[in-house]
Structures are given as structure tokens and as C-alpha cells.
Design a protein around this ligand. Structure first.
Ligand code: SAM
Ligand code: SF4
Length: 457
């Protein structure tokens, strides 16, 4: 089979079979080992992803929390998606944008409309955008995407644009890179070929292998950071989580850099979805386990949680290993200017505004971050991983999170958020160990209060 060196289905099934045999003692040993923050092997991940034992799960969750704090501190990076188009020539059974959905209000934003959306997102206080679109060669071709990226940077104070789009050729990825994107993100949806074929019956996306190898072409073209993920609910999550980890390991071994992020989208109801029910439902408990297993196995990879999830589980997962969240999201093109339910990709669950979300994040003792410094200071790809693994990343991230959050409070936040945020910032400054960095942070906070923007280390 093609690309068996990347995803070997037989090997995954046999790892899962072996994993089932582990004793309680062995499982606790694996969790103990994970505390060193060096990650776990596929064999070990296969054991953890199958555990159903309540006591073991509690230990797993506590350990995920500990590792998250060790590597990322209490920071949570915040972003919003910007949908440029819902026109699509594919027919993914689960998606509201699929070509056979005749009732959807179709729209591709022009460049001016895209900039207006970016400005509306910025008005909420965001600095990071994830650009999302359907796949349609005539509407959302590479020029449309790159023009959109450049126009947003020119026309707003958005400082980092990541892109979630269809797989591209090396030449197209070079153009994407040149436009100044951060991370290129693409989800395999399911790594299980038979299920993949069923879910993607027609259109370019039915080519499993072209999608699987997209991130390699992206790296070849010079894109430094890539993100992966599976759409949870299409197939057995145990298989798909193992496959995503196998993909990650393959990339790490071959290119010296694993995924910058892993996303955990869980299947949502979509307008005119061809799926009448979720094929492989993932319970909240399973979902928490998935996040925890990723955190233990690839501790330096960011985990992204979207507003597909309801508020309660989002709040819980903040502690369990998630490092980035979207907030105040709309999933239809033009949605920040005017909401249209008949144009959305799927139903979001967490409808809280960014301002409300910031209060929750603060109340839970997490520090919201709008930082985009790494990408702009070339701390990306392998260079980023090096710093992250040495824990040097803390030296930049903590003060940068404080500075960018402060900027949000000064320019965009409600009075309640300001009060809670200021209190948190005062506590966070005390946590900076290096006295010079601490003094400089305090100095810069004063400058931000006077109106200066975009100060970072
Ligand atoms: N069209 C491109 C593609 O499919 O790769 C890029 C953007 S697509 C809109 C982004 C992601 O949305 C897909 O990769 C899929 O995982 C997710 N998605 C699609 N339908 C969904 C649904 N009903 N619930 C949750 N996520 C969904
Ligand atoms: Fe199109 Fe992407 Fe939706 Fe599939 S998931 S129908 S490719 S927008």
C-alpha cells in the first residue's frame, strides 16, 4: 500500500492489541515516565489510549495537567477563525459546505470583505487569525488565499495568520509561505483508508495520499510550522489518535520537526450533513483522555481546542493540556459582520464572546496570550522545538503573554475583564524569575498603558 511507511494500519492494530495486555502496574509506570516530559513511545501511547479504569484516568489527567504547566506554564493562546468562503467542490459527508448541500447560502468574500472581517475580529481584541476556506479551484485558489493574507496584514493589526486549507503543490506552498503565513494546518480527518474513502466519495479530497503528504510538501516549500489533527467521531478514536501520533513521529524522524500543533475537532451537527448520526461517538470522558494522551506523548506540541466544544468541557480542558483556544468564533464567511446560520460549516457550541472567555480563563488562573513573537522573531520550526525542549521558551513566553494581554485590556476589554486581568497580571509578574526581565516587563507595561502597542521580547 502507498505510504505505508507513514501510516501502517496493521502496525497500529497490533500496537493496540499489545497495549490491551498491559497490567495496572505497567500503566502507572508509563504515566510516571511521562512526568520527565520527554514524551512516550507509540507502544506506550497505545496502552494509555485504551485505558478505561477510573483511577488510572484520574492519574492520567493529573499528569497531563502537570506537564502542561511545566512546559507552557499557565498560558493559553487565543485566536479566531476567519472563513473566506463556503464554496466547495468536495463532498465530505459530514460538512455543511459539501457540494451536494443545495440549501447552503454560498459566498466567497472578496479581498475587501476579508479585510473587514479581520478588522471586526481585531475589534474583539484578537491578534491571531486562522484563515479557513472550502476547496474550489475557481474561487479559493492560491492567489485568493495569498492576497487575503497580505491584505489582512496591511489592513489590520492582526499579527499572525495561520491557514487551514486543502493540500497544495510545493509551488503553491512556496507562494503561501511568501505571503507571510504562520502555521499551515490540515486535518487528515481519519487515517483509516476505508473510512476515509466512504467519507470523501468525490472531489479532489478523495485522494487520501495527496492529503497525507501535504505537510511534507509544505516543509519542502519552506513553511516552518505545520498542524495536524483528526476529526473525532468518524472512526474509532483509538486508531486515529495512534495514527496521528505515528504521523507525528514519522515527520519528526524524517525532518527533525514534528507538528507545531495537533487539533482535536469533534464532529458536530452540520446543515444537510449526509451523516445522520456520529459513526463513532466520542464521549466527554474519552475526549479528555485523548487530550491527555497527546499531552503525555508529544509534550512539546501545542493542542488546539475550538468552539465546537461546549463551554463546560472547554473550561475543564484548559487545565488538561490544551494550549490554544479559539473564542468568539463564527463559521460562516462574513459572520463577524453578519451572522447567517444557513451559511455555516457546523454548529458551534461555545457562543461566549472573547471578552467573556477571557474572564473565564483568568478566573481559572490561566494567563491569556495574544503573543505572536516567536513567529516574527523566527523562533519557528526546529528552532522553536529546540528552545521549547530546553524550556528556554518560558523566558520569552511568560512576559510576552503578560504584555499582549495587557494590550488587550487597555484597548478592548470590558471593565470586569480589566479588573480580573490586572489582578492576574500583578500575580504573573511576580512569577518572572529573571530580575532584569521582570523590571523590563514592568517598564513595558507602563508604556502599553500610555498607548504603545506591539512590545515583545
Ligand atoms: N476545506 C478544507 C479541508 O477540508 O481541509 C479546509 C477547511 S475545512 C472547512 C476545516 C475542517 O473542518 C476540516 O478539516 C474538518 O475536520 C472540519 N469539519 C468539517 N465538518 C465538520 C463538522 N461537521 N464538525 C466538526 N468539524 C468539521
Ligand atoms: Fe469542503 Fe473542507 Fe467541508 Fe470537505 S471539509 S466539504 S473540503 S470545506
Amino acid at each position: 500500500m502507498e505510504n505505508e511507511n507513514i501510516i501502517n494500519e496493521q502496525k497500529i492494530f497490533s500496537l493496540l492489541d499489545q497495549g490491551k495486555q498491559a497490567t495496572r502496574e505497567e500503566i502507572f509506570e508509563i504515566i510516571e515516565k511521562a512526568k520527565d516530559c520527554y514524551g512516550l513511545t507509540l507502544e506506550e501511547a497505545a496502552v494509555l489510549i485504551q485505558t478505561e479504569d477510573k483511577e488510572i484516568l484520574e492519574t492520567l489527567f493529573e499528569t497531563a495537567k502537570m506537564i502542561k504547566e511545566e512546559i507552557y506554564g499557565n498560558r493559553i493562546v487565543v485566536f479566531a477563525p476567519l472563513y473566506t468562503s463556503n464554496e466547495c467542490t468536495n463532498n465530505c459527508l459530514y460538512c455543511g459546505f459539501r457540494a451536494e448541500n443545495r440549501t447552503l447560502h454560498r459566498k466567497t468574500l472578496n479581498i475587501q470583505e476579508i479585510v473587514q472581517e479581520a478588522q471586526a475580529i481585531e475589534q474583539q481584541g484578537h491578534k491571531r487569525i486562522l484563515l479557513v476556506c472550502g476547496e474550489d479551484n475557481k474561487k479559493t485558489h492560491i492567489q485568493h488565499i495569498t492576497e487575503a493574507v497580505q491584505a489582512i496584514y496591511r489592513g489590520s493589526d492582526i499579527r499572525r495568520i495561520n491557514v487551514n486549507a486543502a493540500p497544495m503543490s510545493v509551488e503553491e506552498f512556496k507562494l503561501l509561505k511568501a505571503s507571510g503565513i504562520g502555521t499551515f494546518q490540515i486535518f487528515q480527518e481519519t487515517y483509516h483508508r476505508e473510512t476515509y474513502a466512504k467519507m470523501h466519495p468525490t472531489g479532489a479530497k478523495s485522494d487520501y495520499d495527496y492529503r497525507l503528504t501535504a505537510v511534507e510538501r509544505a516543509l519542502e516549500a519552506g513553511v516552518d510550522d505545520f498542524g495536524i489533527g483528526v476529526l473525532l467521531g468518524l472512526y474509532d478514536y483509538r486508531f486515529d489518535v495512534m495514527a496521528a501520533l505515528m504521523h507525528s513521529q514519522y515527520m519528526d524522524e524524517k525532518y527533525g520537526v514534528g507538528p507545531h500543533t495537533i487539533s482535536v475537532p469533534r464532529l458536530r451537527p452540520a446543515l444537510e450533513s449526509a451523516l445522520k448520526e456520529v459513526p463513532y461517538p466520542v464521549s466527554d470522558q474519552d475526549f479528555k483522555k485523548i487530550v491527555a494522551v497527546y499531552r503525555l506523548t508529544v509534550p512539546y506540541t501545542g493542542i488546539i481546542l475550538s468552539t465546537r466544544e461546549p463551554a463546560a468541557i472547554r473550561d475543564e480542558l484548559l487545565s488538561l493540556g490544551v494550549s490554544q483556544i479559539s473564542a468568539g468564533s463564527k463559521t460562516n464567511p462574513g459572520g463577524y459582520e453578519k451572522d447567517d446560520r444557513e451559511a455555516t460549516q457546523f454548529e458551534t457550541s461555545d457562543e461566549r464572546s472573547l471578552d467573556e472567555m477571557l474572564q473565564v480563563v483568568c478566573e481559572q488562573g490561566h494567563l491569556p496570550s495574544f503573543c505572536t513573537a516567536c513567529y516574527r522573531a523566527n523562533r519557528t520550526g526546529a528552532a522553536f522545538m529546540e528552545l521549547a525542549k530546553d524550556a528556554h521558551i518560558h523566558e520569552f513566553c511568560q512576559p510576552n503573554a503578560i504584555l499582549t494581554f495587557k494590550e488587550n485590556l487597555v484597548h478592548y476589554a470590558s471593565e470586569d475583564t480589566k479588573t480580573k486581568g490586572q489582578r492576574l497580571i500583578a500575580e504573573e509578574i511576580e512569577k518572572i524569575n529573571d530580575e532584569k526581565v521582570k523590571a523590563e516587563t514592568v517598564e513595558r507595561l507602563k508604556r502599553i498603558e500610555k498607548g504603545e502597542k506591539d512590545l515583545y521580547f
